[in-house]
Design a protein around this ligand. Structure first.
Ligand SMILES: [Zn+2]
Length: 369
């Protein structure tokens, strides 16, 4: 029995709901993971996350192995003890940093310059697993080699084979039976490469799969063509996770293809930049028209920002650089995202997901006009 398992509770077309079991409890899917890069979701604490409905969070291997170091985290009760979160945690392997930090990629490893002190840091597939096991993540990810899009077929194919070889090494390096490890499907924007990558990665026997290298500027149609052939190759009982995707339209479209799990910095990052998510599109809280506006961001939202404060007050906090403004918008944007996921789950369960998705797309298109 794997440390991670998934079972279906309902389906509507290809969209599906289910329960993912982990060593720290169950997650109802489809679901969204807030990004806690350095073992903190910026401006909110784990009691906040619990209150607003977070079921699982993501933390980042690359950052935590550098600061404070995985041994320090292990000594303070692993990530769950360290950040005082007793629910599931997934750690990202460091592969995504290929896109953001431009490391040297060799057959054996990634070689980075530390963003903290400039020293050289080597990350092998084995080390990425060892660090994630020391951190105690319920779900670790294999080290992968994503490619920036657009990429030539040769570049995408080479990175996909590289990722496959690393997936095999990662699986061989796994020592903790009480923790899970997910494979990662690559293949750029090429449907054939995506199908091949999914089939070969699935053959290695993971309980779940990240679909990586997406949400980096491809068109919605290119994304569908990368996700669909991959999903077709995966066992129905495996967890399907599109890495880095978190905008409303993107989530709706991926759920329609049968995706279960998402993560993204978007809700929290936009909040720190003064943007509030709503069903009718983003609202910039900076706009002059809100100066004396007594209304909340969203009258239907149960978050503390919407229950207690006006747009005028939130704008004032933003304009004066008050930290509370970032915190309140973060709580709002995460509440928005968790409610979106809850509505997705309930509409799949009652067979109305397609209508929900079509209505929400239309509503957002209208608001954008
Ligand atoms: Zn709100």
């Amino acid at each position: 029995m794997s440390a991670i398992s998934w079972s279906e509770t309902s389906k509507d077309g290809d969209a599906r709901t289910g329960v993912m079991s982990t060593p720290h409890g169950d997650v109802t899917t489809p679901n969204f993971m807030a990004v806690g890069t350095r073992a903190t979701v910026k401006t909110v604490d784990t009691e906040d996350l619990d209150r607003i409905g977070a079921q699982i969070v993501l933390a980042n291997t690359y950052h935590l192995m550098l600061r404070p170091g995985e041994d320090v985290v292990a000594g303070l009760g692993e990530l769950h003890g360290f950040m005082a979160w007793d629910k599931p945690i997934l750690t990202d392997s460091g592969g995504y940093q290929v896109l953001s930090l431009d490391p040297k990629v060799t057959e054996d490893s990634l070689i980075f310059r530390s963003t903290y002190d400039g020293s050289l840091v080597e990350l092998t597939p084995e080390r990425a697993v060892a660090v994630q096991e020391a951190l105690g993540a319920d779900i670790a990810m294999v080290l992968d080699v994503p490619v920036a899009l657009p990429a030539s077929r040769d570049v995408a194919e080479s990175a996909m084979h590289h990722t496959l070889r690393w997936a095999e090494r990662s699986r061989a390096a796994k020592t903790r039976a009480d923790r899970g490890l997910f494979g990662i499907v690559q293949g750029g924007a090429d449907p054939g490469l995506r199908a091949y990558s999914a089939r070969e990665t699935a053959d290695l026997g993971f309980p779940g799969f990240g679909i990586g290298g997406l949400a980096i500027g491809e068109t919605p149609n290119e994304r569908v063509k990368a996700i669909e052939p991959a999903v077709a190759e995966l066992d129905r009982s495996a967890v399907r996770y599109v890495m880095g995707l978190g905008d409303t339209e993107g989530i709706l479209d991926a759920v329609a293809l049968g995706i279960d799990l998402f993560d993204c910095v978007l809700p929290t990052r936009l909040a720190r930049h003064g943007k509030a998510l709503t069903r009718d599109g983003d609202i910039s809280i900076k706009r002059a028209e809100w100066t004396s506006d007594p209304r909340p961001i969203d009258g239907d939202c149960p978050c503390v920002a919407c229950r207690r404060y006006s747009r005028g007050y939130l704008r004032h906090l933003n304009r004066t650089g008050e930290l509370l403004g970032q915190r309140l918008l973060t709580l709002h944007n995460l509440t928005y995202t968790y409610r979106l996921m809850a509505d997705i789950r309930s509409t799949i369960a009652d067979g109305s997901f397609d209508a929900f998705r079509t209505d929400l797309h239309a509503r957002r298109d209208r608001a954008a006009e």
